[in-house]
Ligand binder design. Structure first.
Ligand code: WTA
Length: 667
């Protein structure tokens, strides 16, 4: 529906004859004229970025302050014998300088962060000058606790301003942060601490989300009882709720006491462009989560540039990305991208539907949010309440909407567009990954006509391609494995402490290319449609999880012999977790046991990994070499029992009939 608003989008041009849904939303001429980039400029800049990447990035690398200017731009090898990725390698800079110090002269009194608590009415705000001071103090505090350049600092924090302060303080002194999502269990936290050899943990007494508290400090205490943790020297605790917490005098330190003692002056350390910036653990198809490592210069250039272009960010606007800092989206689009650009951001402690389903819309109105960036799972959860989700709010400040984290189904896209954005705000559906650092395939609002469900076209410098399973490049429209043919500045450089795993995971399936693990389709206009993971990774509520991790948690239970985990289509979560479990002989399956197993996984990994469905499976479909045929399990979970495909290679095809007979109906 057309509105008279100045930012209106033109009406959909094409319709899908089958269901008469709009298919193409052209850019409004007004937006094309106002935006940083229109279609013609996009094509010209994209072309330049591909034909002459050295020249393109030499120019755009200047968008951040360098202490020593770089002379080298791109030094990259994707050869699997020698994967080496370096950008701007002889330049020096500092991330916190770029996110804070350089804004002080012009934006010192501008709000950097509006913080909105879990309960309405709980709020704080902090200007760039105040944030600079807090970060400088905390950088000194870290130093006083023995943190040196190159040390790893684990951050296990709720969504409070201090989480951003901790991140920026690490970057100020050259420490490498490793954020562990506060929803993870003590066990998961311990694993990440062991792998990264972290020296310090920063946490809070409790976290608050959706009206509930999580005992973060107690979780840290429990994690640190792990016998393999030998590197942690101190635990710094931010007081969020004031709850009583256990205290170890020799090890635990209060955040506020350190801040009081610390000087507000701390020079930003000169860091090499390729010095490590942060580690972030993410799930893959096999083994334990990987510590993806991002470095300083390229990441910041790419994070800030994508933030500016894909949200068409204009000075003075209020930007709200509701991701948690525990995920890459929180790193890049809550903290580093926007702050590097001197933006005003909103940071929300809670969840989108607490205490009421119109919470997101209320926050938009309260802070006059111009740009809202949320995950499809949140959109679907709100869509379930339709108009109630926007009740009593105007959202007139909104100019642009964004989504990230999983494919957005067209129905959710239309609801977001119509009901939240009143048909006037373009939606940027941004495809990217922890490993890519920032957005890779995405519309630019002034340049790209939108198709609901498509992430559309590559960002500058990004060379996506589709390959078949043999690695042959597919030209024109088609479907295949999504790969990236050449490097971009925000690319992860390695897996922390295990470069071989980095090479194995991303560069051996298809020679000379970065393997994304996603499948995609390219249409006749060259638009990409992400079809989902082609490996054993599932995407639950926008959270990426390895089925192998959940399986290994399951088999750690004393009554479980074997488990196979697959995703199945879930209305709100995108994918739900379906577990087939084979019990030890002599153990009887019961609903109580199933409930127990769910609780077990929750404790082992965290609430986000809780199985939705558990099916008793006395036998699993295996090939003669003993490999579980997940393809069949996925089909059964999805209720597509008529199209199981070839089952002749199974060692015992009769297990399939049993599995179908015992299938749990998903609602
Ligand atoms: C999926 C999140 C479709 C994809 C930034 C990818 C998406 C994984 C989209 C990475 C999108 C992310 N459309 N799928 N717009 N964005 N994905 O590492 O499967 O948590 O590989 O990074 O999320 O998840 P990660």
């Amino acid at each position: 529906m057309l509105t008279s608003d100045k930012n209106e989008q033109t009406a959909p041009e094409k319709t899908n004859p089958e269901n008469s849904k709009p298919m193409l939303f052209p850019v409004s001429p007004k937006l094309a004229a106002e935006a940083m980039v229109d279609d013609e400029k996009y094509r010209q800049m994209y072309q330049q970025s591909i034909v002459n990447p050295q020249g393109f990035w030499r120019e755009h690398g200047q968008r951040i302050d360098w202490f020593t200017p770089f002379t080298k731009v791109k030094n990259v090898s994707f050869d699997d014998h020698h994967v080496d990725i370096k950008w701007f390698k002889d330049g020096t800079t500092n991330v916190s300088h770029n996110c804070l110090d350089r804004h002080l002269e012009t934006k010192g009194d501008q709000v950097a962060i509006y913080w909105e608590g879990d309960e309405p009415g709980e709020q704080r705000e902090i200007t760039y000058r105040e944030l600079h001071e807090e970060v400088s103090r905390f950088a000194n505090a870290l130093k006083s606790q023995g943190v040196r350049q190159g040390d790893v600092v684990a951050i296990y924090m709720p969504m409070v301003i201090e989480a951003a302060v901790a991140m920026l303080a690490c970057t100020r002194i050259g420490a490498i942060h490793s954020i562990v999502f506060a929803g993870f269990s003590p066990e998961a936290l311990a694993g990440r601490i062991i792998d990264s050899n972290a020296k310090i943990v920063i946490t809070a007494d409790e976290g608050v989300r959706g009206g509930r508290t999580t005992a973060l400090k107690a979780n840290v205490d429990e994690a640190l009882t792990h016998p393999d943790i030998r590197t942690i020297e101190k635990v710094i605790v931010y007081r969020r709720t004031g709850a009583d917490i256990p205290w170890h005098n020799h090890r635990d330190v209060w955040w506020h006491e350190l801040q009081q003692l610390s000087s507000p002056h701390c020079q930003a350390r000169e860091m090499g462009a390729e010095d490590p910036l942060f580690i972030l653990y993410t799930s893959g198809s096999t083994g334990k989560p990987k510590g993806v490592l991002h470095t300083t210069g390229g990441y910041l250039v790419y994070a800030s540039m994508t933030h500016e272009y894909l949200f068409d960010y204009r000075d003075g606007e209020v930007f709200w990305c509701n991701a948690d800092v525990g995920w890459i989206t929180g790193h890049t689009y809550v903290v580093y991208g926007p702050l590097c650009n001197g933006a005003t951001i909103v940071m929300h402690e809670g969840v989108p539907n607490y205490p009421s389903v119109n919470r997101v819309s209320q926050i938009v109105d309260k802070y006059n949010v111009n740009i809202l960036y949320i995950a499809p799972t949140a959109i679907r959860a709100l869509m379930a309440h339709d108009k109630q989700a926007v009740e009593g709010t105007s959202r007139k400040s909104l100019r642009l909407l964004g989504t990230v984290g999983e494919p957005i189904n067209p129905q959710a896209w239309h609801w977001y567009h119509q009901t939240v954005g009143e048909g006037r705000c373009p939606i940027v559906d941004t495809w990217w990954q922890t490993e890519t650092g920032a957005a890779m395939i995405t519309p630019l609002p002034g340049a790209t006509a939108l198709k609901p469900g498509s992430a559309t076209r590559p960002f500058f410098g990004v060379m996506p391609a589709l390959v078949d399973n043999m690695g042959n490049i597919i030209d024109g429209p088609g479907e295949g494995n999504l790969v990236i043919l050449d490097s971009w500045p925000g690319q992860a450089r390695t897996v922390y402490g295990d470069h071989e795993r980095f090479v194995q995971t991303y560069f051996t399936s298809f020679k000379g290319m970065y393997t994304t693990g996603d499948g995609a389709r390219r249409d006749e206009d060259g638009y990409y449609w992400i079809t989902g993971r082609v490996d054993d990774v599932i995407n639950v509520s926008g959270h990426r999880m390895g089925t192998a991790e959940i399986e290994s948690a399951m088999v750690a239970h004393h009554q479980v012999a074997e488990a196979a985990v697959v995703g199945y289509p879930h209305d709100i979560k995108g994918q739900g977790i379906y577990v087939y479990v084979t019990l030890n002989s002599g153990v009887d399956y019961s609903f109580d046991l199933a409930a127990d197993l769910k609780k077990w996984v929750r404790q082992e990994i965290g609430p986000i990994a809780t199985p939705d469905i558990i099916q008793n499976a006395p036998g699993l479909p295996k090939t003669r070499s003993g490999k579980i045929m997940r393809r069949i399990l996925r089909k059964i979970a999805a209720g597509e029992c008529d199209s199981l495909g070839d089952t002749s290679t199974l060692a015992d095809p009769s297990v399939v009939d049993q599995l179908i007979a015992d299938r749990v109906e998903v609602s």
